[in-house]
Design a protein around this ligand. Sequence first.
Ligand code: WTA
Length: 648
Amino acid sequence: MSEDTLANLLIEDRSFEPSPAFAKQANAKPDVYSLAEDRLAFWAEQAARLTWDAPWSEVLDWSGAPFARWFTDGRLNVSVNCLDRHVDAGHGHQTAIIFEREDGSSEEISYADLKDRVCRAANALTGLGVGAGDRVAIYLPMIPEAVVAMLACARIGAPHSVVFAGFSAEALRSRIDDAEAKLVITADGQFRRGDSMALKPAVDEAVAGAPTVEHVLVVRNTGQEVTATDKDVWWEDVVAAASAEHTPEAFDSEHPLFILYTSGTTGKPKGILHTTGGYLTQAAYTHWAVFDLKPDHDVYWCTADIGWVTGHSYIVYGPLANRATQVIYEGTPDTPHKGRWWDIVQKHRVTTLYTAPTAIRTFMKWGDDWPNQFDLSSLRLLGSVGEPINPEAWMWYREVIGGGHCPIVDTWWQTETGAIMISPLPGVTATKPGSAMRALPGISATVVDDHARPVADGEGGYLVLDQPWPSMLRGIWGDDERYVTTYWSRFPDVYFAGDGAKLDDDGAIWLLGRVDDVMNVSGHRISTTEVESALVSHPAVAEAAVVGASDQTTGQGIVAFVILRGGAEDEDIASKLRAHVAKEIGPIAKPRQIMVVNELPKTRSGKIMRRLLRDVAEQRDLGDVTTLADPTVMNLIGEGLAASKSDD
Ligand code: WTA
């Protein structure tokens, strides 16, 4: 976050009380915070939202800290909680998913239908030799089969690892390898901006080097031609042919539900592990309380991709556990026009919209005329996630999209936390534009200084979570030690989130962005090291340093400084390197700018001084450079900046 924004925070004094009408009907009541003071009793009560096949004996076993066990000995099936129990209770006809395609056609899938599809898929997976504990990689676009695939895995106890379909073959391969996935579920292609883009070739490339993969299950989505391999099996053959009868098995509360890879401060992504009972409890509770879900009236729409944790917790598990009716959209916000989202809100009478600040800022840029052409009066609640939302974007969201009357929930959480941790409760909390306000009931968050001492109101520091929570990660797949050192070693006995935060004079929490070498680009976490490794894997690059520079639309933009190998000068080098990074990681990791430099600023011990590079990238005054080995380096870099902006 820039200095300007920080300064703005200090003068932000607007506050919006909940309207009496909203408060009256809200799921969350003002006494919930005091009722939740006994955290374990509170979470035990929330766990009762779920249907358990065997009761738990203990709410929390923290004896193996920082490895938690929640609702020990309890047994349940996640897909039964998301589907069967709603059908059994007479809600089979209710629409679970309104699937909107880019071309404007749509399809409604009822809970009964979704359950049948999941049962067929579960039987098909079993037929392919996938059993409880086996890992399944899912590389799919935003189509109903993605939800079906995830729930089918959950149904048979096979942890899924969803890989964002925008990631490269290389990124997919490393995730398949790390989890030793037995099956990959993918599609022929996906629709984007009116075109069909192939997905299958990336899978073929990834699987060619992945000995653990026995089969590739392919959904026909675009209908484009696919090169067959001997591992391929078609979804339409094996899933459609399978029986819709499936007797679910109950799994232990701590049975692994999924692995989701996220960037850390090293080049190797971390496989964040989530389990069953605690995860579903917190996903369901927070979805109910934060989004004020009314299953009989609301039409909920979370615009995230299922490749990110938001798609896991707030498209699949939370909403379906709560019997929500929701929109899923496979397409881009500007196809066929820049009012596409507002068209969808109007068409399906969406009541609840959950999206990211980067999208909101993009819409602001496109102008009020787009949303103003549509009837958005069905909206009653707006949510934000993924990065700090600046007060200007918050106010625009409130006024232009929410018509001035929708509460906004700015929800802070992470892949690791599994579910929302800090957020206003609509109907209870008076909100301030740009603040996530306070920890939810049952959650404990504090801001500490370098010495782990809580800071006073009005001061800034590091955000930590000082009590275990039900949907917390249970570790990093295959790397317990990295789990302990990454999250539990910076400060003793508390979880270090990696975010900076400030408490205002009223004790409300303002998130200030990452304090480590993780960038946040359009709400996506990308590590500087990951992009640096991708760059130096190109033969023309000798050395690379990457920083996240603040960006008006995407929050941060990736700026790379590279030193080329002798003789590698080439006019097109910037676009070649950008294409190379897209191939190694995925288009989301393409640097916004690449600067070819002769030297990089380093301390005497050889550490790259990222702060200086960030200043250059943001063209700020350089401040103190006396610890630099060669202070003149900065002048050289600064001069090179103007010439090298890339906008392709
Ligand atoms: C950032 C996404 C400020 C934060 C759910 C965190 C936020 C990282 C907010 C996690 C918010 C997420 N305000 N910052 N409301 N929500 N972040 O794992 O830096 O993709 O550490 O999970 O996003 O990103 P992740």
